[in-house]
Write a protein that binds this ligand. Structure first.
Ligand code: AHR
Length: 532
């Protein structure tokens, strides 16, 4: 545990002023520690692409059916079949890019099943063998994207599909008019081309996408890419299938096989943070084990980008993390009631989301797009409904964590330093491996013109943090802050108490080039400053 580093920090920074007096009584946990940090505002990293805050929706459980789509005849308030509450909340959050229809589902999805008046019923072999009626298909998805202001990202079927199927889907979506497929699209209600830019060439080809080896997956990519052409004005951006986690062997095998041929525009890795307990039963120990996967996510981003740089020094290939998030143990009854992988969100998962989003800011020069898994009802969702028939729709703790990062979008990320453990302190796992340090203060910052945004995360359940942060390279005026906090790691937003955990104003002091803020145990704070 990090009592070692906490004592060291007390000794070094014992004189740092505490803002404890500014917080309401009862906010504090057992102990507190003084933490030092530095924001180097003159050391720029890269623009925080809004696409780093993107989402993913699959035909899985009640994500698409029931979460997003309730149907036009539903008693649940809807806009042309789309759940109205979800539309309103997602518009407010802003979803830069939405990936669909999977996930594993994508590699057994035949897009023609989801267009036109007569839609066949198929079996969803990956997620419970239920009957998929295909009432939500290409037009519904693209209309939904338009409604919430998202850019679509379609994942094509490599596993049980064909290059022809993918190229036809592209022609159907993007060719303006005059071909049979474009005219069919028009007859189905969309005379204007959809102009879909992002196309995934399969999903998890190392697993549910066909159990390929990297060399085989790369051969599939070459084959599909040969026919995945530009139809109309939109140049397709083809995303190749990257590794499961930080698998260097996959990336070398895939990229070596592509040498001299068509390169992918994007390369997608997936990284889930497994949990050993069910969502609302987490102990601090189990939480720390899960949160300690985040330094490993950051190492994976750095190492995978370094590997890609060996093939692509100009960084033309964008690194995607198009599935990430916490994956806890499921509760059978809840899955039966609400759908597969229905997972409650808690203060713990909000902290996890914020640790991830801080990584994306700090590694903004290496990442092109990140998609949380998934948007509604499945895994680390931003919205939860009480199943597919349920009228209730709540904004989860994760929603509010994402909201606290919204001001970073399109700003320039800058370097930060904290005095906690280094990435290299998180080594191997398993028997014989040195124990991980406890999670510690996490920080990121970005700036644009006269604005600076700083987000700080305290992932400790037992320790408030008095942060004394030196601002280098700028002078700052007093700012304002917002906090997401609940001292209980398993606190959550229920249908009875939908706003238990949500963003509130918080105190921050800025003086003499330093920002001082107290982070109660289990909190995420975003500070907005005016700088010169
Ligand atoms: O997000 C759930 C599943 O996790 C996806 O279908 C798959 O791509 C991944 O293994």
């Amino acid at each position: 545990m990090n009592s070692r580093s906490t004592r060291r920090q007390f000794a070094r920074f014992g004189a740092a002023a505490s803002l404890a007096a500014l917080l309401p009584r009862g906010v504090f946990s057992q102990g507190s520690a003084n933490k030092k940090a530095i924001i180097r505002a003159d050391e720029e990293i890269a623009i925080v692409r809004p696409d780093l805050h993107s989402h993913f929706a699959e035909h899985l459980g009640s994500c698409t059916y029931g979460g997003i789509w309730v149907g036009k005849n539903s008693p649940i308030p809807n806009i042309n079949g789309f759940r109205k509450a979800a539309v309103d909340y997602l518009k407010e959050l802003g979803v830069p890019v939405l990936r669909w229809p999977g996930g594993c589902f994508a590699d057994d999805y035949h897009w023609r099943d989801g267009i036109g008046a007569k839609r066949p019923k198929r079996v969803n072999i990956h997620w419970g063998n239920y009957t998929e009626d295909n009432s939500f298909g290409t037009h519904e998805f693209l209309d939904f994207c338009k409604l919430i202001g998202s850019e679509p990202y379609l994942a094509a079927n490599v596993g049980s599909g064909s290059p022809q199927e993918m190229r036809d889907w592209m022609e159907y979506c993007n060719y303006p008019s005059g071909s049979t497929l474009a005219d069919e699209r028009a007859a189905n209600g969309s005379p204007e081309p959809f102009k879909v830019k992002y196309w995934g060439v399969g999903n998890e080809l190392w697993g549910c996408g066909g159990n390929f080896r990297p060399e085989g997956a790369a051969a599939e990519f070459r084959h599909y890419a040969t026919y995945a052409r530009q139809f109309g004005a939109t140049r397709p951006y083809l995303v190749g299938c990257g590794p499961n986690g930080n698998d260097a062997r996959w990336t070398r095998g895939f990229m070596d096989t592509l040498a001299g041929g068509r390169q992918p525009d994007g390369y997608s890795m997936h990284y889930y943070s497994g949990g050993s307990l069910t969502p609302l039963q987490f102990t601090p120990e189990a939480m720390y084990t899960q949160l300690n996967s985040f330094p490993r996510v950051e190492q994976a981003v750095i190492q995978q980008r370094t590997l890609l740089d060996g093939y692509d020094p100009q960084r033309r290939i964008g690194l995607f993390l198009d599935e990430w998030g916490v994956w806890d143990q499921m509760i059978g009854d809840e899955e039966r009631r609400n759908g597969k992988l229905w997972q409650q969100a808690s203060m713990r998962s909000a902290v996890a989301a914020a640790l991830g989003l801080n990584i994306f800011n700090r590694q903004a020069d290496k990442l092109y797009m990140c998609n949380i898994a998934q948007m509604v009802n499945v895994l680390q969702s931003v919205l939860l409904t009480d199943g597919s028939e349920g009228k209730n729709c709540v904004r989860t703790t994760n929603y509010w964590a994402f909201m606290l990062f919204k001001p970073h979008r399109s700003k320039m990320a800058v370097r930060v330093e904290t005095d906690g453990p280094k990435l290299t302190d998180y080594g191997r796992t398993g028997r014989g491996a040195a124990p991980d340090p406890a999670p510690d203060l996490s920080l990121s910052a970005s700036k644009l013109g006269g604005d600076m945004v700083v987000t700080l995360v305290n992932p400790r359940h037992d320790l408030d943090m008095n942060v004394d942060c030196t601002l280098r390279g700028v002078s700052a005026k007093p700012g304002r802050a917002e906090i997401l906090h609940d001292s209980h790691i398993n606190a959550y937003n229920s249908f009875d108490q939908p706003e238990r955990v949500m963003v509130k104003p918080h105190e921050v002091a800025v003086e003499s080039g330093r920002l001082r803020v107290t982070l109660p145990a289990m909190s995420v704070v975003t500070v907005r400053l005016t700088i010169a």
